[in-house]
Design a protein around this ligand. Sequence first.
Ligand SMILES: CC(C)(COP(=O)(O)OP(=O)(O)OC[C@H]1O[C@@H](n2cnc3c(N)ncnc32)[C@H](O)[C@@H]1OP(=O)(O)O)[C@@H](O)C(=O)NCCC(=O)NCCS
Length: 370
Amino acid sequence: MTHAVITGTGLFTPPHAIDNADLVASFNAWVDAENARRAEAGVEEPLAHSSSDFIVKASGIHSRYVMDAEGILDPERMRPRLSPRGNDEPSIQCEMGLTAAHQALDAAGVAAGDIDLVIVACSNLERPYPAVAVELQAALGAGGYAFDMNVACSSATFAIETAANAIRAGSIRRALVVNPEICSAHLNFRDRDSHFIFGDACTALVLESDEVASAESRFEILGTRLTTRFSNAIRNNAGFLDRVTDSDPLATDRLFVQEGRRVFKEVCPLVAALITDHLASLELAGDDLARLWLHQANRHMNDLIARRVLGHAPDAEQAPIILDRYANTSSAGSIIAFHLHRHDLSPGALGVVCSFGAGYSAGSVVVRRQ
Ligand SMILES: CC(C)(COP(=O)(O)OP(=O)(O)OC[C@H]1O[C@@H](n2cnc3c(N)ncnc32)[C@H](O)[C@@H]1OP(=O)(O)O)[C@@H](O)C(=O)NCCC(=O)NCCS
């Protein structure tokens, strides 16, 4: 039987980093100006300042990379400023994807023309159509077919299952999965509860049939398992009907909104059970895992999930954290962890790539180093 193997990964990291101190200073400058406006208008309840100490304690995030820092840090604007692109120019997500994809192809030793399927999978796509994936396919010179998909933070694992199934079914031999996340564009930088949560990044993975793979370092996909459960606890109401429902396109519910504490409480048990049941179906247990490459939203969530799966507290190597530098990069997070923290594993070592997020949606991909 044909097995799907991951043979290469790539990572595009945006040029600008914003640490908590700078982010909080800009937020607090806006709060002071807003409170002055409120006082003048007779509003009694002032807005509260944000704090770097709270951010680190509550989430583990110290810094994030973004496509544009200046617009975000300007208290008069507080959103990134990205140049519009004409139809004949490469789109922003295509450009991010090209950098990550070339790295992944080089690592796999695969020519772009040998790719049969390109999936662009992420939380937010910069347009409905034509698919960014088809644009990326053309820009790379890849063959076959391409499409976009969105399963929020679980977009990468759901795309991995889609690609692995196509390989196992024999309909393709090689796939490229790309996750260009511009989370700073859907984040409300004026919301104290969430302004620190997200960062931008793009990851790429090459998956191949083991019959054609030539890379020395490869990870066989032993199995994938996906789950969804409807919840409004993470929601973004932006959509193409805004124009015809006469909705305010700048309303705050047209951005990321969450009940963070509820998400924490509901998602951790769901994810721990997903991984544990998935391992059991493969006749494996938590203590067989050398590594967990978990979604990167909150380090306490990752500690709790890893503890439940492993049966003991994870050490830093077992469940690597990258959200301290990257913050939550949505679907790219667990893949960044996989990209940066797998090369030390010995042949035969087992690990799980696991995502979780809006929907709710969660995905588990169990791999073995060959
Ligand atoms: C968002 C998150 C970091 C917030 O941490 P939390 O411990 O739940 O914090 P809470 O929202 O309950 O707020 C706790 C207190 O800190 C305060 N607070 C909130 N934001 C603050 C900020 N930026 N600075 C200072 N204080 C803040 C709150 O007002 C509250 O004060 P109170 O106790 O006096 O009422 C955390 O809930 C989380 O990460 N949840 C999971 C999110 C997730 O995975 N989402 C998926 C996204 S794809």
